[in-house]
Write a protein that binds this ligand. Structure first.
Ligand SMILES: Cc1cc2nc3c(=O)[nH]c(=O)nc-3n(C[C@H](O)[C@H](O)[C@H](O)COP(=O)(O)O)c2cc1C
Length: 195
């Protein structure tokens, strides 16, 4: 098993990435120059038709409390029966980790490129952001949950028609990252033959 911080070669970097828990991420997060590099890498993904059907919205630390309040307000509107513990979890969501980037899928429905391909590019951009964060020495956590599927929350970040691909939390893990079982190659790889 490759150690989670083995970044010595391009391949060990890919083999060692694993998610951190957003709630266990502490400072430092990426500085401005590191975040620019991470986003530059994330924008460098296959993109059929050169549509750039993705956007990255940085939520600075100074805006986290405002986002937390906005999510809570939307949550109680959508789920008036929500209890105290549920609402606390929603408020805490936006305060996790030193760095938060929301990745958006901004489809171009007028294009002849199938929407599924555009969505695949947006997912690739989000995953590349995770790898780039790892390359810069940080853990990442890709979260969705209720907030990613609420139209009102999506409107906080994007335009009509956008959807949230992920809340990408980045930072330094406070605890060693846990590995999880990975699929065995024999279960997911096959060799095609005409016969
Ligand atoms: C689109 C997407 C959404 C996800 N949303 C959540 C989520 O809301 N909550 C969660 O615990 N994990 C979520 N995950 C899973 C974690 O990001 C992560 O993949 C998982 O913890 C395993 O870590 P690994 O990256 O080391 O495999 C999501 C993953 C993807 C691809």
């Amino acid at each position: 098993m490759t150690a989670f911080n083995d970044r010595t070669t391009p391949m060990s970097l890919l083999l060692s990435r694993r998610s951190g828990k957003a709630r266990d991420m502490i400072a430092p997060g990426p500085d401005d120059a590191q975040l620019q590099r991470i986003l530059t890498a994330a924008a460098r993904v296959p993109d059929h038709g050169k549509l750039a059907p993705w956007r990255f919205v940085i939520v600075p630390e100074s805006e986290r409390d405002a986002l937390s309040g906005a999510l809570d307000a939307i949550y109680v509107t959508e789920k008036p029966e929500a209890g105290r513990i549920e609402r606390e979890a929603i408020r805490d969501f936006a305060r996790q980790a030193p760095t938060l980037v929301v990745t958006l899928f901004r489809p171009k429905p007028e294009s002849h490129i199938p929407l599924a391909e555009q969505a695949a590019s947006a997912a690739a951009a989000t995953m590349t952001l995770a790898h780039a964060a790892h390359a810069e020495g940080f853990a990442s956590c890709w979260l969705t949950g209720w907030a990613a599927y609420s139209e009102s929350v999506t409107r906080l970040f994007g335009e009509p028609g956008d959807s949230i691909v992920g809340f990408m939390f980045l930072g330094t893990p406070a605890k060693p990252l846990e590995e999880r079982p990975r699929p065995a190659l024999e279960d997911i790889v096959s060799v095609w033959s005409a016969a």
